[in-house]
Design a protein around this ligand. Structure first.
Ligand code: SP5
Ligand code: ZN
Length: 366
């Protein structure tokens, strides 16, 4: 399988994130993508290549130009204001109730902490010096993966970092700046004129993808994720969110309980695949996350490496061409094995798991 990867992600070097006011070691770190890259290189069955530049037009088809300009200039503005921190985070937020019953206010013209809070969703998505270049490269990775598939590949994988599915048209957050999968899906619609489906198997609900295509009947969004009553992104992801207008019925949310097992997960997957099979279109975009893994530090599902091979296999059995884009997954030691298993399953290759590093065959620490 062809794999698109850009080293530009290394410039998005995150050290800490803030959760409930407390700084904790960052989860969405560069090591994630490097672990996946090494595992795919070691497999021998994957061919890595760099992305080609696609410019701003396909990005602006999905995102508010104001968000793009903010992210492009934010870090430099923070420095220009004399703030000597490694990362920019918002101070306050443009929350829904602030302008309830009023005509909404616009972006503040000056203070960077206020501008950040106008566009941000949370306090766990720091902007560092290399974040914008990395986020633009991740979009190019996604669009290059689309090119490969529209050019005849049955499946291709874009190792996007930073991830994308929490980014809405005018919002960044959840470790995401630009919605790589949404940009990809929109590019496919515009190029092929067909309908497109997006299957989101990250542990979290892809609130950004849902928002972007909420009123669209030509893009189906189907997601299996932790129930937002107990998990981020909290404010979207419920089963009764089905889309509106032309998009009514083109949004499928399958919220899952704590401790979701391989078996429970596969039942939900089959439901999502059934909904996708009922729509037309020859290309499926997959938002691929491994934070569903049993040992994930921020998830609470119980999935194993073996089931990722089966998930990849079942997704491919739909018979659509696959644009597979990386989202989350934070248990670094297993990321390589999990990605390799999923992608081998999607390609119809056998599982062939490698013994986990640091463990003997008996499963005890070696
Ligand atoms: C792309 C993606 O997977 N984004 C996820 C963003 C989640 N941000 C919220 C992190 C909350 C961490 N909670 C720590 C609890 C430790 N038990
Ligand atoms: Zn996630």
């Amino acid at each position: 399988m062809r794999v698109v990867y850009s080293p530009a992600h290394l410039g998005h070097e995150i050290v800490s994130e803030t959760v409930m006011g407390r700084p904790i070691p960052a989860n969405e770190v560069a090591e994630r993508a490097e672990r996946i890259r090494s595992a795919l290189e070691a497999d021998g069955g994957f061919a890595l290549e760099g992305p080609t530049e696609h410019g701003e037009e396909p990005l602006a088809a999905v995102h508010d130009p104001g968000l793009i300009r903010f992210l492009e200039t934010a870090f430099a503005q923070m420095r220009a204001e004399g703030v000597d921190r490694p990362a920019l985070m918002p101070e306050g937020f443009n929350v829904r109730g602030l302008t309830e019953g009023m005509t909404p206010i616009g972006e503040p013209r000056q203070a960077i902490s206020g501008r950040a809070g106008y566009w941000a969703l949370d306090t766990s998505t720091p902007i560092v010096a290399g974040s914008y270049v990395a986020a633009r490269a991740a979009v190019d990775v996604a669009l290059t993966t689309v090119d490969l598939v529209l050019g005849g590949e049955g499946a291709a994988y874009g190792l996007c970092r930073p991830p994308g599915h929490h980014a809405a048209r005018s919002v960044y957050g959840g470790y995401c700046f630009f919605n790589n999968a949404a940009v990809a899906a929109e590019a496919i619609v515009r190029t092929t004129g067909e309908r497109v489906a997006i299957l989101d198997v990250d542990y979290h609900h892809g609130n950004g993808t849902e928002q972007i295509f909420w009123r669209r009947g030509d893009v189906l969004y189907a997601s299996i994720h932790a129930d937002p009553d107990r998990q981020y992104p909290y404010y979207l992801g419920r089963a009764d969110e089905v889309g509106e207008g032309a998009g009514r019925g083109a949004n499928l949310n399958l919220p899952m309980p704590r401790g979701t097992t391989n078996e429970q997960y596969l039942v939900a997957l089959d439901r999502a695949l059934e909904a996708i099979a009922a729509t037309s279109g020859s290309v499926l975009v997959v938002s691929l996350g491994f934070d569903t893994y049993g040992h994930d530090p921020i998830g609470d599902f119980a999935l194993t490496t073996d089931v990722y091979h089966e998930v990849g296999r079942r997704v491919a059995s739909l018979g659509r061409r696959l644009v597979i884009l990386q989202e989350g997954g934070y248990y670094r030691p297993a990321l390589g094995a999990n990605a390799r298993a999923w992608l081998r399953g999607a390609e119809g290759r056998p599982h062939d798991p490698l013994p986990a590093a640091g463990f003997t065959a008996a499963g005890t620490a070696g």
